[in-house]
Design a protein around this ligand. Structure first.
Ligand SMILES: Cc1cc2nc3c(=O)[nH]c(=O)nc-3n(C[C@H](O)[C@H](O)[C@H](O)COP(=O)(O)OP(=O)(O)OC[C@H]3O[C@@H](n4cnc5c(N)ncnc54)[C@H](O)[C@@H]3O)c2cc1C
Length: 456
């Protein structure tokens, strides 16, 4: 008798789950005609998010060993513990092998990010569509699932009056951010309605917007590798990395990584969340103060402004290089002016003309240059959403729901969040692979069997 696997969401995880399900079934000798795989997608085309990923270039995974990938890509211990099973079943190497077999050439960059050689996210999507065709999976577009119901032998997925019956369902509806790509948290609602628990959703990998926009002359500046800090009276969190000052607040790698924490602090409502940068991370106020005093002795007649303009930003060791060297950035002019303004030091003041209090406030500002007070971390501009379906209700080895035995869940819908660098797509691909393979195995074989690896 024909079995039917319904996959809700034709994104990264949903499409790969279809591919893995077909492979697992073929491996068991099940004829394609006896196993129907149907992807139900609300958009008019699959893979909207893949098409816009990586700024249109698609950073599809991250190079390196899996332990390193887990540690670099997932900051929370419980996320790493949950994802390690799926990543070891379907690793970054497995992913590249699969894509290469379908003709996609990829190249890792020096920082470990892997992109298609063509630099086109569209090519990744085309290759995935070929995979779906080869897997004989059908895609029903324009179907927005609004209810799933369990029965004794399977599940029904409904969209208004239309419905599909399946022996198993994979929920692969993605996260709750960047809603214009079709991800508006539907999966959370569908899963909660059948008994799942939801961990609160927050934006992550998002810009941070301020109550008052940054000063116009600071807009567009990128600060190379300072420490970006966000904090309230109750505590703070920080990240090292490039910071871009935008017309609404801040963005750039350090901000994207920190944004989840900022969103949580902001939602906690424990007072204003302020954002600042430490321009000399790794050097405390005392050593910075003595560096400045040394400079007063060395070049007392030099203007403070010139001293700051020559100062390397976020240096490993405190020194004034002879010239502008490669690999380091001096404090940008507009930031120098901002520092002088905040420290109440006139432009013409020389190093030896600095009063004691001015020196102290200069040191404090270099260590804590205020950028703004957080107004919002916009969910619709967040590359991913943190939170989602509680991980303890999903079996990490099979992606099967512990609440509904015919239900599997995968991808960003789950309560994990990767850093920027290809980690989110890899996690979606890996969890999708495991969900698809295991759903097929459970339909045609004894359910206890471990999910298929990429090499089986
Ligand atoms: C701008 C941007 C750039 C990004 N760049 C990268 C990158 O370079 N590298 C990286 O690793 N990650 C990147 N990400 C994150 C990554 O794209 C996602 O984490 C990943 O796509 C998640 O895969 P998924 O299968 O869980 O969900 P998605 O790929 O989002 O797929 C979910 C699918 O489900 C469909 N759906 C939702 N609700 C329903 C419903 N009720 N009924 C039917 N269908 C439904 C959606 O339309 C969508 O097609 C980026 C994200 C954004 C927004």
């Amino acid at each position: 008798m024909q079995k039917v696997l319904l996959i809700i969401g034709a994104g990264a995880s949903g499409m790969l789950s279809a591919v893995a399900a077909r492979r697992a079934a073929r491996k068991l000798g099940i004829a394609d005609g006896l196993f129907r795989i149907v992807l139900l997608e609300r958009n008019t085309k699959p893979g909207a998010k893949i098409a816009i990923s990586g700024g249109g270039h698609c950073n599809l995974t991250h190079d390196g060993d899996l332990q390193g990938l887990l540690e670099k890509g997932f900051l929370m211990k419980n996320e790493r513990r949950f994802l390690r099973h799926a990543l070891y079943r379907f690793s970054n190497a497995d992913l590249l092998e699969l894509f290469t077999a379908f003709g996609l050439k990829c190249k890792p960059r020096e920082d470990g990010r892997v992109f298609p050689l063509s630099g086109r996210a569209g090519e990744v999507l085309e290759v995935m569509q070929h995979m779906l065709e080869e897997s004989k999976a059908s895609v029903v577009t324009g179907f927005r699932a609004d209810r799933i119901e369990a029965s004794a032998s399977g599940m029904t997925v409904r969209s208004g009056p239309a419905s599909f019956d399946g022996d198993a369902v994979i929920l692969a509806t993605g996260g709750s951010s960047w809603g214009s790509s079709g991800t508006t948290g539907d999966g959370n609602r569908l899963a909660v309605a059948v008994g799942h628990r939801l961990v609160p959703v927050y934006p992550a990998l998002a810009p941070v917007w301020f109550v008052a926009p940054p000063r116009a002359d600071l807009v567009g500046i990128t600060l190379r590798n300072p420490l970006l800090v966000a904090g309230t009276e109750a505590g703070s969190d920080s990240r090292r990395g490039d910071v871009l000052i935008s017309h609404r607040g801040v963005s750039g790698p350090a901000c994207l990584s920190l944004s989840r924490s900022v969103a949580v602090m902001h939602a906690a409502g424990k007072g204003a969340v302020r954002v600042w940068v430490d321009l000399f991370p790794g050097h405390d106020e005392r050593s910075l103060a003595s560096f400045i005093i040394d400079e007063v002795h060395r070049q007392g007649s030099r203007q403070v402004r010139t001293f700051l303009q020559r100062c390397p930003l976020a240096p490993d060791c405190l020194f004034l290089p002879d010239g502008v060297g490669e690999g380091w950035q001096s404090i940008p002019n507009a930031v120098v002016d901002e520092i002088l303004r905040l420290a109440e030091i006139a432009r013409e003041v020389t190093m030896s003309g600095l009063k004691r209090e001015q020196r102290q406030s200069l040191v404090s500002i270099l260590k804590k240059l205020p950028l703004g007070t957080v107004r919002k971390v916009p969910l619709d501009r967040a590359e991913v959403s943190a939170g989602g379906l509680a991980l303890d209700e999903i079996d990490p080895k099979t992606m099967q729901s512990r609440i509904q035995p015919h239900l599997y869940c995968c991808g960003e819908l789950l309560d994990y969040t990767g850093e920027v660098g290809g980690f989110n797509l890899q996690a979606a691909f890996s969890t999708g692979w495991v969900a698809g393979a295991q759903a097929a195995l459970s339909l045609f074989e004894e359910p206890g069997r471990a999910p298929q690896t990429a090499h089986e």
